[in-house]
Design a protein. Structure first.
Length: 363
């Protein structure tokens, strides 16, 4: 065979091999159809470490996604936040940014376990259970069992929140009785046992509700986030620690038909971007609270720490809530038992590896 002919044959075979390789990787961006994820959000994007997560993810997706793009819409621009889950499930919008604790009425109280657990895991332990325990599988199953056609991706994390803003000092459980309070997730069930009437208002409705006298007290998030809403200008007693939310997780939900129609490469870009924002949101949140606390104190905020009596009361009431939920909902028990088994094992590592947290000693 002539050398020139041999070279042509070899080049042709190489070209065919490359083509077949690309074809076999048709899940990659070369042959992927264009996808635009339109993402309505629960939180205004101006809120640091909370609302900033979806734009952060969208920026990364748009930079590397090729045929995959993401656009974020402020609360209420595409769908009302409270209708987001149904809208994504039905395909009226193809994605949304939320947290399961905002959908307790649709998922059951068990859904809120994947947002935050009173007296529960902090950020590292929570992530360990979600990513390397059964947490994420159970999280998705909770949506599936409730009949929602969504694919859930953990997509944001913040450390402890403050546990309430009040007009006065709270020195005993009796001081809580009769209050009308905005409170999130499973912690609200604890407050209800103490005679508090709770509601789960979106962040943008909290200050107007306080101004109108519709609620007497509130919790929302971390000090820097609460300050952006102006809560500190109305209520002066801010209580710690965040017993109700030692860590809080968020998720990007994508319509399952949209998700299944995306290429493997597109799916991976979203998954990796969401996993990356876990680090960014946690670091951002941790970096800015101390300055806000100092500024608030100078402006008249009283930073308060719950007494041992009050923390013991909250803990005891939480135990009652858990017992009632286990009796009422077998699905809650499955998730709770799995989390508790993981925590009992994690405790071995935690007790041996970590120093006692010195920040809990206040002067």
């Amino acid at each position: 065979m002539e050398p020139l002919m041999k070279k042509r044959i070899i080049n042709t075979l190489v070209a065919c091999s490359v083509f077949l390789a690309l074809l076999s990787f048709s899940s990659g961006s070369v042959f992927a159809k264009k996808v635009l994820l339109k993402v309505p959000v629960w939180f205004p994007t101006a809120l640091p470490a909370l609302g900033t997560n979806p734009p952060w993810v969208a920026e990364r997706v748009n930079a590397i996604g090729g045929d995959l793009k993401m656009k974020v819409y402020e609360p209420g621009k595409l769908v009302p936040p409270k209708e987001m889950l149904e809208s994504v499930s039905k395909g009226q919008v193809n994605a949304g940014y939320t947290t399961p604790g905002y959908n307790m009425g649709k998922l059951g109280d068990k859904g809120a376990i994947f947002s935050a657990v009173p007296f529960g895991p902090d950020a590292p332990e929570f992530l360990a259970w979600v990513y390397y325990g059964n947490g994420r599988k159970l999280w998705q199953k909770t949506y599936d069992d409730a009949g929602f056609n969504v694919h859930s991706i953990p997509c944001g994390l913040i450390a402890p929140e403050t546990s309430g803003w009040f007009t006065k000092e709270i020195n005993s459980p009796a001081d809580l009785k009769g209050l009308r309070m905005r409170f999130f997730g499973l912690g609200a069930r604890v407050m209800e046992k103490l005679g508090v009437s709770t509601s789960q208002l979106p962040g943008g409705e909290i200050v107007p509700a306080l101004q109108k006298g519709a609620i007497d007290a509130t919790e929302f998030s971390m000090p820097a986030i609460d300050k952006r809403l102006g809560i500190n200008k109305i209520l002066k007693y801010n209580y710690y620690p965040g017993w109700h939310q030692p860590a809080t997780l968020f998720d990007l939900i994508i319509n399952k038909d949209t998700w299944n129609g995306m290429s493997k490469a597109q799916q991976t870009i979203v998954e990796v971007s969401c996993k990356a924002v876990m680090t960014d949101s946690l670091a951002m949140g941790e970096s800015m609270q101390f300055d806000t606390m100092k500024e608030n104190a100078k402006a008249g905020t009283k930073n308060m720490y719950w007494s041992d009596e009050m923390l013991a009361t909250f803990s005891a009431k939480w135990d009652e809530v858990v017992s009632e939920m286990i009796a009422k909902d077998p699905g809650f028990k499955v998730i709770w038992d799995d989390l508790q088994e993981f925590r009992s094992n994690y405790k071995i590592w935690n007790e041996w590896a970590y120093l006692p947290r010195p920040g809990t000693v206040r002067k």
